[in-house]
Design a protein around this ligand. Structure first.
Ligand code: S6P
Ligand code: ZN
Length: 188
C-alpha cells in the first residue's frame, strides 16, 4: 500500500450467505468418507453415501501457519444430518500449542459446541445466530449440527495454534451428543 491510499481489504464475508470471497481464502471440504471413526454407529456410517458433504471450512490465513502473533479467520458450515442417532459434527481438536484460545460465534442454524478439558470433562454450549463462545486454553472443541438447516459458525484463532487431531482420533471425546426423542442430549 501507498501513503494516503484508500483501498478495499482483499477478503470479504457476504453477510447473507456467509461465504468468504477474495484472496487468499482456503476451502476445505470434509465428506462422510473423510471422517471415519468419529461416529459410534459404524454400521450406520458404512451405509451412508461416502460423498455426502459433512462440513466445509473457509479460512483466511493472512500469515503462514505457525507464525506467532497473527490471527486466522474462518467460517465452518456443518450440514444437517445424522449417523445413527449422532448429529453430523466436526472431527474436533485440541490446539497443538495447547494454551492458544479461540473465539466462535453462531451465524446461522442451530447446533452445539462440544468442549472437553484435559481431564476429559465434556460439556456443551448451544450455538445459534448471535451466540458467542470463548474456547479457552487446553480445551478440545467440536461443532455438531442439531437442526435441519446448515449450521454456520465464525471462528478466529491464533496463527500459531495449530491442530492436534491425534488425541481425539485416538480417544474421542468422553461424551457423545445424541438425539433422543427429537432432542440433543449428552451421554457417556
Ligand atoms: C480452527 C477452528 C475451526 C475448525 C473447523 C473444523 O482452530 O477450530 O476452523 O478447524 O470448525 O473442525 P476440525 O476439528 O475438523 O478442524
Ligand atoms: Zn480450533
Amino acid at each position: 500500500m501507498k501513503h494516503l491510499e484508500i483501498m478495499k481489504s482483499p477478503v470479504e464475508l457476504n453477510l447473507n450467505d456467509y461465504r468468504m470471497t477474495g484472496e487468499p481464502v482456503i476451502n476445505q471440504v470434509r465428506k462422510i468418507k473423510d471422517i471415519p471413526g468419529i461416529f459410534q454407529d459404524e454400521k450406520a456410517y458404512s451405509e451412508m453415501n461416502p460423498d455426502q458433504l459433512a462440513y466445509t471450512v473457509q479460512a483466511w490465513m493472512p500469515v503462514a501457519e505457525g507464525t506467532p502473533g497473527g490471527l486466522f479467520f474462518g467460517v465452518s458450515t456443518i450440514y444437517p444430518g445424522k449417523v445413527g442417532n449422532e448429529y453430523f459434527m466436526t472431527k474436533g481438536h485440541f490446539h497443538s500449542l495447547g494454551d492458544r484460545a479461540e473465539f466462535y460465534w453462531g451465524l446461522h442454524g442451530k447446533g452445539m459446541l462440544i468442549l472437553m478439558d484435559r481431564e476429559r470433562n465434556t460439556w456443551a454450549e448451544e450455538v445459534y445466530p448471535g451466540s458467542l463462545h470463548y474456547i479457552r486454553d487446553e480445551i478440545a472443541h467440536r461443532l455438531a449440527n442439531t437442526g435441519n438447516e446448515k449450521l454456520i459458525v465464525g471462528a478466529c484463532w491464533p496463527s500459531d495454534a495449530g491442530h492436534d487431531y491425534e488425541e481425539i482420533a485416538k480417544n474421542g471425546f468422553s461424551a457423545r451428543l445424541v438425539e433422543v426423542e427429537g432432542k440433543p442430549i449428552m451421554i457417556v
